[in-house]
Design a protein around this ligand. Structure first.
Ligand SMILES: Cc1cc2nc3c(=O)[nH]c(=O)nc-3n(C[C@H](O)[C@H](O)[C@H](O)COP(=O)(O)O)c2cc1C
Ligand SMILES: Nc1ncnc2c1ncn2[C@@H]1O[C@H](COP(=O)(O)OP(=O)(O)OP(=O)(O)O)[C@@H](O)[C@H]1O
Length: 311
């Protein structure tokens, strides 16, 4: 899959293309449905399936104070898209200049001239171009002029009857409901980052933890204790994860993410690891000393093993 981040360097063999466009934050179940349909429809017509996405949420440029935090980093999004059998992903630098393109300029310059679009596939609520003026009606009205076919996909629901959406995933992460997040995403939500040095207290209390660097990738869910899977390269371990500021102790920064890898004693400093979150166990508690914290950690490990099916 080509990854194109500079619009002046689009290889000529990307055309003729079948394109879908969107923020695709989180690449949830609904997004994957759109991308898999794109793949099938492109193949049926002998076109190259291409995803056009953005290097940041459009709101980060248009109204930064309202911009939601990303569910996945661009690197995580590309890793997920690489598995979808696409010919290319275009990561458009969403600059103020790009945001000013009218719907017509967007379609004509980017989709028609640069990417040779012959098929456009979007969800019913897709909007684009200056002020979000472009929509499905605009695309339908200009299909003959620009020589593309338009397919508007049906909605893909999440669990229950709510439509899968990035907004819903963010709401669920905020309250720590990673179990439902897994259903909306169609996979576990993953935090990825480098292991850095913590306060070195964990080893003393018998539960050494791997602390993720504060610049980690993946939206950090609400504070609490979680069961998950810890990936270090190809090795996978069960883990109990703590997210918060460890209120039992003073001076711990907000939103520290640390993982106790169950039953292992590993040297992980400097490694880039991934933590897949399976279920929230409980809230963070301010304990009266190390004794009660340790007793609770022992119970957390047992609960985690039960959830992961390894007890
Ligand atoms: C499964 C798990 C649950 C935890 N729960 C709490 C908690 O409820 N309250 C708290 O203050 N710290 C909690 N912690 C964090 C510990 O206080 C922390 O791991 C310890 O202070 C070591 O920190 P260090 O890695 O910076 O040395 C938890 C840690 C783990 C691994
Ligand atoms: N649940 C869904 N079913 C079908 N199509 C969807 C679904 N969710 C998004 N799409 C389509 O996928 C493309 C990319 O969506 P995009 O990421 O821009 O928005 P979104 O997932 O609706 O996110 P948000 O919640 O932030 O509005 C668009 O064409 C959109 O209409």
């Amino acid at each position: 899959m080509y990854v194109i981040t500079d619009l002046s360097e689009v290889p000529s063999d990307v055309a003729p293309s079948a394109i879908t466009i969107g923020k695709f934050d989180g690449l949830h179940h609904g997004h994957l449905w759109v991308v898999s349909q794109l793949h099938d429809e492109a193949r049926a017509r002998g076109l190259n399936p291409v995803v056009v996405t953005f290097d940041r949420h459009p709101a980060a440029v248009l109204a930064p104070e309202t911009a939601p935090p990303p569910i996945v980093s661009t690197r995580q999004k590309l890793d997920l898209l690489r598995r979808q059998g696409l010919a290319a992903t275009i990561v458009v630098p969403f600059t103020p200049e790009f945001a000013r393109l009218s719907p017509r300029e967007f379609v004509e310059r980017l989709l028609v001239k640069q990417l040779g679009v012959k098929l456009l596939l979007v969800g019913r609520d897709f909007r684009f171009g200056k002020g979000g003026e472009g929509d499905v009606e605009f695309l339908r009205g200009h299909a003959a002029e620009f020589g593309y076919e338009l397919i508007v996909t049906r909605d893909e629901q999440g669990p229950g009857d709510r439509r899968a959406s990035s907004t819903w995933v963010r709401e669920l992460l905020e309250v720590g409901d990673v179990r439902t997040v897994t259903e909306v995403l169609g996979r576990y939500h993953v935090l990825a980052g480098e292991i850095v040095h913590g306060a070195k207290r964990g080893r003393e209390i018998g539960f050494p933890t791997a602390n993720l660097s504060p610049d980690l990738e993946g939206l950090i869910p609400g504070d609490g204790v979680y069961a998950g899977w810890f990936h270090d390269g190809d090795a996978v371990y069960p883990t109990a994860v703590s997210i918060g500021n460890n209120p039992t102790f003073d001076g711990v920064p907000q939103k520290q993410v640390e993982a106790y890898v169950i039953g292992e004693n590993l040297d992980l400093y400097g490694r880039r690891v991934q933590i897949a979150l399976v279920e929230r166990l409980r809230s963070m508690v301010k304990f009266e000393g190390i004794g009660p914290l340790k007793a609770q950690l022992e119970r957390d490990v047992e609960t985690t093993k039960r959830i992961l099916g390894i007890a």
